[in-house]
Ligand binder design. Sequence first.
Ligand code: SF4
Length: 108
Amino acid sequence: MKPVLSRRDAIKNLAMAAGVVALKVAPDARAAELPHLNPTDPVAMALAYHENAQTVSAKDFPTYKAGQKCATCAQVKGADSDAWRPCNLFPQKAVNANGWCKVWVKKS
Ligand code: SF4
């Protein structure tokens, strides 16, 4: 009688399961390792990135409205609880969840 699950099939299934777990864990693990975006970075400066949205001058940046911050922006990724999170506009960098830039768009 043939075994229900051969050793080869079992190893193959374990490898696939490990791959799925790695895919689910990797984004958050990498997010924590990303360097923080420096506000003096040329692209950050061009987009008026501030590490703390509360320091944004509404006079200098009329599109800014109180309460806007990276954590509520459609471009931010990662876990809601993280203080620093990946942003679609700044690959390989993490932005401050309390930050802001001119591209802010309300997360739906
Ligand atoms: Fe923050 Fe959004 Fe600007 Fe990214 S695009 S830096 S999440 S406000």
